[in-house]
Design a binder for this molecule. Sequence first.
Ligand code: SF4
Length: 434
Amino acid sequence: MSQIEMSLRGEFTEEMNSVAVAEQLDINLIMRRVASGKIVIPSNVNRKARAVGIGKGLKTKVNASIGTSTDIIDIEMEIEKARMAEKYGADTLMDLSVGGDVTQIRRAVMDAITLPLGTVPLYEAFAVAAEKYGSITKMPEGLLWDTIERQCEEGVAFMAVHCGINRLTLEVLKKQHYRYGGLVSKGGACMVAWMQYNNAENPLYANFDKVAGILRRYGVVLSLGNGFRAGAIHDATDRVQIQELIVNCEFAEAGRAMGCQTMVEGPGHIPINEIEANIILAKKMSGEAPFYMLGPITTDIAPGYDHITSAIGAALAASHGVDFLCYVTPAEHLGLPFTEDVREGVVAAKIAAHIGDMVKLSDTNRDKAISKARRDMDWMNQFKLAIDPERAIEIRNKRNSSSDERTCTMCGKFCANDMLQGIFEAHSKGTDKQ
Ligand code: SF4
């Protein structure tokens, strides 16, 4: 039975309890929001993963995506990337492998981590079709259903499924005539090619009840994929993106009514002044289903630094109510990320999530504590409170002052904090605000 079905019966699950403890919120509130679809907990009856709540009133969560490509297939590196993502604080992991034995890779990754694992089953189905039948367009529908069912059986906790692509959304795309960035969703592009070649409706749209029914049985969260998301800033919030969003929001409601946990995916590439509007639209049209934003990347001119372009967008998105962020690594648009890229991407997205939560949840205690430690030159506490202590320690150690260990080499003997120690120490003992 899914989390939503249990909550509708008024029963707590172990996962709901863990989420309540982790978020320091009342379990009844968690249960009510799971029941109404405002919170989801990616889970699976066949695999016990860390319980992570995503949605209204909860801390903004971060997903890290890894996986092989057809060019680079290195299972050990994927395991290392998965461990790296978990170590640096990712809340969930998506394995998007399309190269090599993807089932073996997925199982190895799941064995290596405790995080809930997400997938895009279309990737595997199309990859198998290309290998077995010579083209993605020759994928038999049965292969798609078998892939979804098998990944659920293996213990996947959430799946991005491109249900919102249909003949109407495709027509809207064609009528629009332009798109600077084309289609950047692999699953979306493959499905469009399949529909065109077979002159057929998207089976995931036509048989939505079947999708939701399979995922519900395993307790898996259905993430309504954004196949027509903008892949260029100037394509953001265009008609086809919004048309697909409307369908996905309808499905968010329909899936929920069937007892399947649902969330909605969003763009993509988007200028910062359009982020809030996208969140309002998605939340309003879906009955406040958790909103999962990919990036969002806020300028197209910084390849090599897209963990920064996306962190800027992600911080704003989180402050406006986005619930779940997909990280972006420095390798975005350039190549398959390596292990160190995963670390950079996770840390950048965690910083963004926290900046957003400072506004969304008034979560500022850690900032106050580290500010005081900095003022008091309490280096150990600064490191303890830092989002990446290893990086902070490494930088300080490389530049440590030989003359005074209390200060740092930035100002040396003109250390402002050192000069004014007495004033703030006295103040701290008396009237300092907590
Ligand atoms: S030396 Fe300058 S930068 Fe370093 S702790 Fe003192 S005030 Fe801060």
